[in-house]
Design a protein around this ligand. Structure first.
Ligand SMILES: Nc1ncnc2c1ncn2[C@@H]1O[C@H](COP(=O)(O)OP(=O)(O)OP(=O)(O)O)[C@@H](O)[C@H]1O
Ligand SMILES: CC(=O)N[C@H]1[C@@H]2OC[C@@H](O2)[C@@H](O)[C@@H]1O[C@H](C)C(=O)O
Length: 400
């Protein structure tokens, strides 16, 4: 037998696994690296976060990714080169982090690598007859494994798509396994570039767990902060706080087929980008809006699209007063979080940090949990519903 197969078999049988989760999201701020200790699987999963850091991307690297990111037309050679380069870099950064943390590579069982989404194309978005849901992540897992010297699971989204999903949100699985609490209806709201949420019933019934993207989180705020100030985001919502919301522009921003499409649904910067905002400004005759007013309106747009989606879900499911746990970079934006709280007066709010998981680390931890489930779990039945197929995910790369 291939000794690596034996190693994989042994890892699957261990009472406790050490897994490094890697996530690079739509904000392109850097690679989130979470060293996790995981016991159990499925509803018995228990995660201890041992170490966490974000390896920041420098500007040339961000620009290099932006050249192929969420664009219909790109330089295909550049995409091909990036697939290998990102995998190798991510693998080396794992090695660097482990060295900093004084953890030898052979004390780690697995790397769980999300890669970099470069194009997300659910059917409801591309609308092309005869083509399925599709999504593309690059940063090849074989390169991560070879550079880190650790067995790697990667490319998690494809099996979700192969079983009828849109390839996202995947957080629902980790959220259900790690954060479900008997007796408390919970919403786990993640505000990254794109926002999404998971509804976790206090009944713990996997068959009614629900998830969807809601639209933009920070992606438009970041794009315009960069445009106006050269900084990568509107720190603490300072610009938005100075501005006034344009109700005309807000109405135009909310007037898009994505928001009318039934749940669950996913999206990305392929739709929510500066061209989207410019189009809404033209339709609402607000092209000369001041920078602060535009930021205030875009922040309100993110908040309102999030709360509309949560509000509709609560109504449909007959849920009264859930507790909402926020995570992702948007949870650091007080204008965004205060607006959300104002728009959902029946709910109580906290951060996932209160549950022992730092909000900035949550998505990287999620992929460690998915890798754990691929090896040691797989028996949870989420029912035969769109959006949460009952599958495990991740492709295996040996390191030699
Ligand atoms: N202090 C802050 N004030 C305002 N915004 C902040 C602050 N800190 C972080 N952010 C926002 O959070 C973003 C990073 O969020 P995060 O790391 O969750 O995104 P991501 O993982 O790339 O996204 P996705 O979940 O879409 O993949 C920043 O680009 C910024 O918009
Ligand atoms: C295709 C893709 O990469 N989608 C991301 C993105 O970022 C947030 C939102 O859109 C979410 O659907 C997803 O990531 C998280 C980790 C998820 O799958 O749950």
């Amino acid at each position: 037998m291939n000794p690596q197969l034996q190693r994989l078999y042994d890892i699957a049988q261990k009472p406790e696994r050490r897994i490094v989760g890697l996530m690079s999201g739509t904000s392109l701020d850097g690679l989130d690296v979470a060293l996790c200790r995981i016991t159990g699987s499925g509803g018995d999963t228990h995660v201890t976060l041992e170490q966490f850091t974000t390896v920041p991307y420098d500007e040339p690297f961000k620009d290099s990714i932006r050249a192929v990111f969420a664009k219909k037309q790109i330089d295909f050679e550049h995409l091909t080169l990036l697939n290998e380069q990102i995998g190798t870099l991510h693998g080396h950064w794992v090695t660097d982090c482990l060295r900093t943390w004084n953890v030898p590579a052979d004390a780690v069982d697995l790397v769980a690598s999300h890669g970099q989404t470069v194009y997300h194309a659910p059917q409801q978005q591309h609308g092309r007859a005869g083509y399925p849901n599709a999504t593309l992540q690059i940063g090849d897992g074989d390169h991560v494994a070879a550079a880190a010297g650790i067995i790697t699971l990667s490319d998690f989204r494809q099996r979700h798509v192969a079983h009828g999903g849109e390839g996202a949100p995947l957080a629902v699985y980790g959220d259900y396994f790690v954060f479900s609490q008997a007796g408390e209806d919970r919403i786990l709201l993640n505000m990254g570039g794109i926002a999404n949420f998971t509804y976790l019933p206090g009944s713990l019934d996997a068959g009614v767990v629900f998830t969807t993207d809601t639209g933009p989180g920070n992606t438009l705020l970041d794009a315009y902060a960069r445009h106006y100030t050269g900084k990568s985001y509107d720190e603490n919502g300072q610009m938005a706080a100075r501005g006034h919301v344009s109700t005309d522009l807000l109405a135009a921003l909310l007037d898009h087929p994505f928001f009318a499409h039934p749940f669950p649904k996913t999206t990305g910067p392929e739709v929510f980008n500066m061209a989207y905002v410019r189009d809404a400004q033209q339709r609402s005759l607000t092209t000369d809006l001041a920078a602060d007013d535009l930021m205030a309106t875009l922040t309100r747009f993110s908040a309102e699209s999030i709360t509309n989606a949560i509000g509709q879900t609560l109504q449909q499911a007959g849920i009264q007063r859930p507790r909402i746990y926020m995570s992702g970079g948007g949870a650091h934006n007080p204008i965004l979080t205060q607006t959300i709280a104002r728009l959902l007066p029946g709910c109580t709010f906290a951060k996932t940090d209160e549950l022992g998981i730092p909000g900035d680390a949550k998505e990287a931890i999620l992929f460690a949990v998915l890798a754990n489930e691929a090896l040691a779990g797989g028996s949870t039945n989420f029912g035969d519903r769109q959006g949460v197929p009952s599958v495990t995910m991740g492709k295996i790369s040996f390191y030699k």
